[in-house]
Design a protein around this ligand. Structure first.
Ligand code: NJP
Length: 239
């Protein structure tokens, strides 16, 4: 259970982030949800109608000021942050020669700089409490490269390195960090729609929420470093 825990979930307007926020609500957590579009307020309203205590924050995770402001507002409302879920992410899949500099910069800004900014912003509050859990939704392609996705793959490899390094820096403050590395999930990712028939066998958003919840509610004496999960039907090389 996450009773009385304060959880910040980025990218919670829809997709996996919304499912994580919903699951946290049912576990008794108080929520601050972040998204870059106005949709975050609709999602916040929906959660509230279902009984959640929720602060909806429209902020771009790649913008330093907006991230700092969002965490400050969370502290003003709740007084602490126990859990951060770095879920916001974007992706596109094309050859390296087709990839523009603007696309490269954008995907790095959201997927990598965003994780840096949100993590950096919550650490002072977690250090004060001498406790905290940071779960980052990376990807299976953060552990194994795929063709026609070099920019996205590079962001997720960078995320793995960042989390691995910071985890060792903050361990002495009782702060634990892990990554959830999923294969294909049925969401709105890459401009797609949730529920499309070709995604029938893919991971469901609730599968991701379950993994995140396990990490966040694990006993204080342990850290779940990494969970990798795939649809059974997905082909991928195994180590
Ligand atoms: O994607 P989608 P997922 N600042 O598009 C938000 C990883 N993953 O749920 O900004 C703040 O349904 C956006 O909200 P809004 C993936 O890399 C996925 O699949 O309001 N928020 C929305 O809520 C990502 O890290 C697959 O439009 C920003 C959310 O992010 C995570 O799973 C496979 C933002 C995206 O929802 C969740 O993505 C895999 C910004 N700048 C890893 N930009 C997969 N789906 O197959 C976007 O291996 N958002």
């Amino acid at each position: 259970m996450l009773n009385e825990k304060v959880a910040v979930v980025t990218g919670a307007s829809r997709g996996a982030g919304k499912a994580i926020a919903t699951r946290f609500m049912s576990e008794g957590a108080k929520l601050a949800i972040i998204g870059s579009s106005e949709q975050i307020h609709e999602t916040g309203k929906e959660l509230e109608e279902n009984g959640a205590e929720v602060l909806s924050l429209q902020a771009d995770v790649s913008d330093e000021q907006q991230v700092e402001q969002a965490m400050k507002q969370t502290i003003e409302k709740y007084g602490k942050i126990d859990i951060l879920v770095n879920n916001a992410g974007i992706g596109f899949f094309k050859t390296v020669e087709e990839t523009t500099v603007e696309e490269w910069d954008k995907v790095f800004a959201v997927n990598t700089k965003g994780v840096f900014l949100t993590t950096r912003a919550v650490l002072p509050y977690m250090k004060k409490e001498k406790a905290g859990t940071i779960v980052t939704i990376s990807s299976d392609v953060g552990r194994r490269a795929i063709a026609n996705g070099s920019a996205y793959t590079a962001t997720k490899y960078a995320v793995q390195g960042f989390i691995g390094s910071v985890a060792q820096e903050v361990k002495e403050y009782g702060i634990r960090m892990g990554t959830v590395n999923p294969g294909a999930i049925d969401t709105y990712f890459g401009g797609s729609k949730q529920g499309e028939t070709h995604k029938e066998d893919w991971l469901k958003v609730d599968d991701i929420a379950e993994a995140v919840c396990y990490m966040a509610s694990a006993g204080k004496h342990m850290v779940v470093d990494e969970i990798m999960l795939h649809p059974l039907s997905q082909e991928y090389p195994r180590a």
